[in-house]
Design a protein around this ligand. Structure first.
Ligand SMILES: C[S@@+](CC[C@H](N)C(=O)[O-])C[C@H]1O[C@@H](n2cnc3c(N)ncnc32)[C@H](O)[C@@H]1O
Length: 232
């Protein structure tokens, strides 16, 4: 039988799931990740959860197609359908940073230091990094996956203490060794520069303009740090 192929983004997450994990995949949609992990004997149990019936039906269908009968499927909001003892590794991927932060805020046991969280925000990663720093979590490693030209940050997180500068919140907590780190920062700088130019053109939003310029300055020095760390 041919192998289930993951996208580079899901493959990076799969590579970071510890061998023998008891997995919960929140917002599983097609359940490609838990199915792949089961097929490769990488997890001892897997719960695939989703907020909506449609994605959960797709998840069951993938499980049936690939013959991974051991996966447990649950319908519900975030981690409300998973108890702390059932999983030691929790993946929340492919949704906005604010949504991931809201799911963690409603399950404070995820900061108890015994659970490994693998988080992959599609948007607003800076909101998620800020939430983690302010709520007793520490990013242990971070890397970028490139998928069809788009860079996606992936974070391994545990309960703990962490301080992040403004540049790290926006440009990555631990991306100084990542070969794609500079590109990630530059793309953010370009987006911010165009937002600042828009505000300048419209002649309004002085406070917003100041806030964006502060982030821009922080990102420019984050880029310098990346270059120094990489001998440039
Ligand atoms: C774009 S898919 C991502 C699928 C997969 N995790 C991935 O990374 O490819 C996002 C999924 O998250 C689900 N979702 C969004 N908010 C959720 C929540 N609060 N609890 C559970 N699932 C949620 C959506 O229904 C959708 O199926």
């Amino acid at each position: 039988m041919r192998d289930l192929e993951l996208t580079p983004r899901l493959q990076l997450l799969a590579d970071w799931v510890p061998h023998g994990a008891r997995l919960a995949d929140v917002g599983t949609d097609h359940a490609y990740l838990p199915v792949w992990l089961c097929l490769h004997g990488r997890v001892v149990s897997a719960i695939a959860c989703d907020l909506r019936e449609g994605p959960l039906a797709r998840a069951r269908e993938t499980g049936r197609t690939w013959g991974t009968e051991s996966i447990v499927y649950r319908l519900g909001n975030g981690l409300a359908v998973v108890s702390p003892e059932e999983a030691d590794t929790i993946v929340i991927a492919g949704m906005g940073g604010e949504n991931i932060a809201a799911i963690l805020a409603q399950a404070s046991w995820t900061a108890d230091g015994t659970h490994t969280l693998l988080l992959q925000p599609q948007t607003r990663a800076e909101v998620l990094r800020g939430f983690l720093a302010d709520n007793g979590y520490a990013i242990r490693r971070e890397a970028l996956a490139e998928d069809r030209g788009i860079l996606y940050p992936v974070m391994e997180v545990r309960g703990g203490k962490m301080f992040l500068t403004l540049g790290q919140r926006h440009g990555g907590a631990a991306l100084l060794q990542d070969p794609l780190g500079e590109r990630y920062i530059i793309e953010k700088i370009i987006r911010l520069q165009s937002a600042v130019a828009g505000i300048n053109r419209s002649g309004g939003g002085r406070e917003k303009g100041d806030e964006l310029r502060e982030i821009l300055t922080a990102l420019l020095s984050q880029r310098e740090e990346w270059r120094c760390a990489n001998g440039l």
